[in-house]
Design a protein around this ligand. Sequence first.
Ligand SMILES: NCCC[C@H](NC(=O)CCC(=O)O)C(=O)O
Ligand SMILES: NC(=O)OP(=O)(O)O
Length: 312
Amino acid sequence: MKHYTSINDIDDINSWIEEAKKLKATPLKNIDLGQYKTLGLLFFNSSLRTRLSTQKAALNLGMNPIVMNVSGDAWGIEFEDGTVMNGTTAEHIKEAAAVVSQYCDVIAVRAFPGLTDKEKDESEHVIKSFVKYASVPIVSMESATEHPLQGFTDALTIAENATKKRPKVVLSWAPHIKALPHAVANSFTQAMQKMDVEFVIANPEGYNLSKEITKDTKIYHNQKEAFKDADFVYTKNWSSYDEYGQVLKTDSDWLITKEKIGEAKFMHCLPVRRNVVVEDAVLDSDASLVIEQANNRTFAAQLVLKKILEDL
Ligand SMILES: NCCC[C@H](NC(=O)CCC(=O)O)C(=O)O
Ligand SMILES: NC(=O)OP(=O)(O)O
C-alpha cells in the first residue's frame, strides 16, 4: 500500500480484520520489518491516543518514530499556490513536505477542519498537499473529513465483540458544547458499510452527515426507535453539516444513558466529556468498550504501517 488516508484504501475489510487480530496476538513478530526506517508524526491538533498508539505501532515494527507539534512549534506552513507570503505563514508546503520526506520514510499527519468553509474542508487541502509534495507514503491521523485509523479500529473492535453473525450497529449523535468535526462519524459510517452488519444512524434533524457518506444508510431522527434491538451503540458528536459547522442543539435529550442503550455495548473514539455526551453509569459499566477500542488503535496503525513498509 502506498498511502492510507481513507477507509476506501482498505481493499478487503474482513481480511484486514483477520490480519489485525494476528498482529494483536503476536505484536513483535515483525520487529525487523521497520528496522532503520523512520516514521514522522506531524500534529496540527491535540491528541492522546493517536499520538501514542501510532508511535507504539511503529516501535512494534522496529521503526523509529519522531514527533512534531506543527502548530506552535514549526514555522507556519502555506498551502495556497502562488500566494505572496507576506502574512503569518513562513514556508510553503512544497518545501516543508520535501524536506520532511528526506528525514522520514513514512509521514503521518493530523489536521482537523476549520469548520467554517465546507468547500475548503472537503478539498482536504492539508493531507492532499502532503500526498502531492512529499516523496514518501502519507498516513492520515485524522484529516478534515476522515479518521481512517479510528474507523478501522472500530471495525476490528466490533468484529471481536460481536456475539451474532450480523449485529445491529447504531451510530448515534450525542450533545456537545463545541463544534466538532464529522471525520470520526464519516469513517465509522464508511467502515460499517463495508461490513456485514445492520447499520443505522440516529441524529437530530439538521444533523444529517453528508449524503456522499451516508448514501442509502437509514437515518432515524428518533433515538429510541433507532436503538431498538441494538447490539452496539457508537456515539459521537458532530456539528451540523447542512448549516456547516454550527451547533444547533446542546440540551441533554440525546445524552447516552444506561436506560437508553439497554443490552447494547457502548463505543466512543475518545476523548469523551462525561455527563455531556454519555452518563457515568455507561462508561463505568461492563457495556463500555472504549478502553478496548483505544487499545486496538495500536494494531490498526501497526497493520497500516506493515502494509506500507512491505511496499516501500
Ligand atoms: N480524535 C478523535 C476525536 C477528535 C475530535 N474531538 C474533539 O475535538 C473533542 C474536544 C473536546 O471535547 O473539547 C473530533 O471530534 O474529531
Ligand atoms: N480517538 C482519537 O483519535 O484520540 P486522540 O484525539 O486522543 O488521538
